[in-house]
Design a protein around this ligand. Structure first.
Ligand SMILES: CC(C)(COP(=O)(O)OP(=O)(O)OC[C@H]1O[C@@H](n2cnc3c(N)ncnc32)[C@H](O)[C@@H]1OP(=O)(O)O)[C@@H](O)C(=O)NCCC(=O)NCCS
Length: 240
């Protein structure tokens, strides 16, 4: 019975997220739709091929207008709703966990619809900042797999490589654990690396491509971190 109620709760929450998503997307589409409608009006009397070409241009330009509107709408909503994550351990159906889901859902909408156009541009760093991350100067971001941005700090000149995962959360038996991730100055997080909650990386360190940095690991400045190869065997892990 308890699991049925939990599933029903998840379905209701998911549907509520879809409603929020539809409203966010609708608002972000509005300026692009206005651009398209106004182009339609202004070119209606043109020869047909010119009219169609103008509409194609307006539609394509509208996509970029939509993308930047989406960043604006999501950022305003995050700030208006006070969606600033706080370190701690939260039960699955607590306000802390719901706030976490909502925050990451908003960010996911941007990455899904516009992310590929802003990676490795200053707009990726801008989005990170607007979503609450503390970023130094000249940070290069080539990954859309970073979550929990209001619990992320990245120092000057750091590079986040392609498809690197940087997350400040872990779902564990005790619930949702949130712990700040700190990436120092001039750090390189390699392609496909995985950085887990509570990790602190010292200045100028390099995280090897594909390395997995376990939660709460502290990496000394200037070192190269490569994944540990040994397996962890603990009684509670074996019996899980
Ligand atoms: C880890 C890294 C810094 C090592 O570079 P390097 O100092 O030039 O060292 P080498 O390539 O000579 O390799 C040294 C050793 O590390 C091993 N190694 C290199 N990269 C590794 C990786 N990603 N994972 C595991 N081992 C690695 C090599 O096999 C070699 O082992 P060996 O001494 O037993 O032969 C580099 O391979 C790397 O992963 N850089 C990240 C680049 C990146 O992804 N940037 C962001 C996206 S562009």
């Amino acid at each position: 019975m308890k699991s049925v109620l939990l599933t029903a709760g998840q379905v209701v929450f998911t549907l509520a997220l879809y409603v929020v998503g539809a409203m966010v997307l609708g608002l972000a589409l509005f300026p692009a739709a206005m651009l398209f409608a106004s182009t339609w009006d202004q070119t209606a009397a043109w020869p047909q091929w010119q009219h169609v070409l103008a509409l194609c241009m307006a539609g394509a330009a509208g996509y970029f207008v939509f993308g930047f509107s989406l960043i604006a709408v999501v950022s305003i909503l995050r700030i208006a709703l006070g969606l600033q994550l706080k370190e701690g351990t939260y039960a699955m159906f607590s306000w802390g966990a719901i706030r976490w889901m909502l925050t990451n859902a908003l960010q996911l909408i941007v990455w899904t619809f516009f992310g590929q156009f802003i990676l490795l541009t200053p707009f990726a760093a801008l989005l990170y900042r607007l979503m609450g991350a503390k970023l130094g100067t000249n940070v290069q971001i080539n990954s859309s797999y970073c979550a929990d941005l209001s619990l992320l700090e990245i120092g000057d000149g750091a590079v986040i490589g392609g498809h690197a995962t940087v997350i400040a959360h872990a779902f564990e038996r005790k619930g949702l654990v949130l712990k700040r991730v700190k990436i120092g100055k001039q750090v390189v997080v390699g392609l496909n690396a995985v950085i887990l909650p509570g990790v602190e990386i010292g200045d100028r360190a390099i995280i090897a491509a594909g390395a997995v940095v376990p939660k709460f690991t502290k990496i000394e400045p200037g070192t190269i971190y490569v994944s540990r190869e040994h397996e962890v065997h603990r009684p509670e892990v074996k019996s899980a």
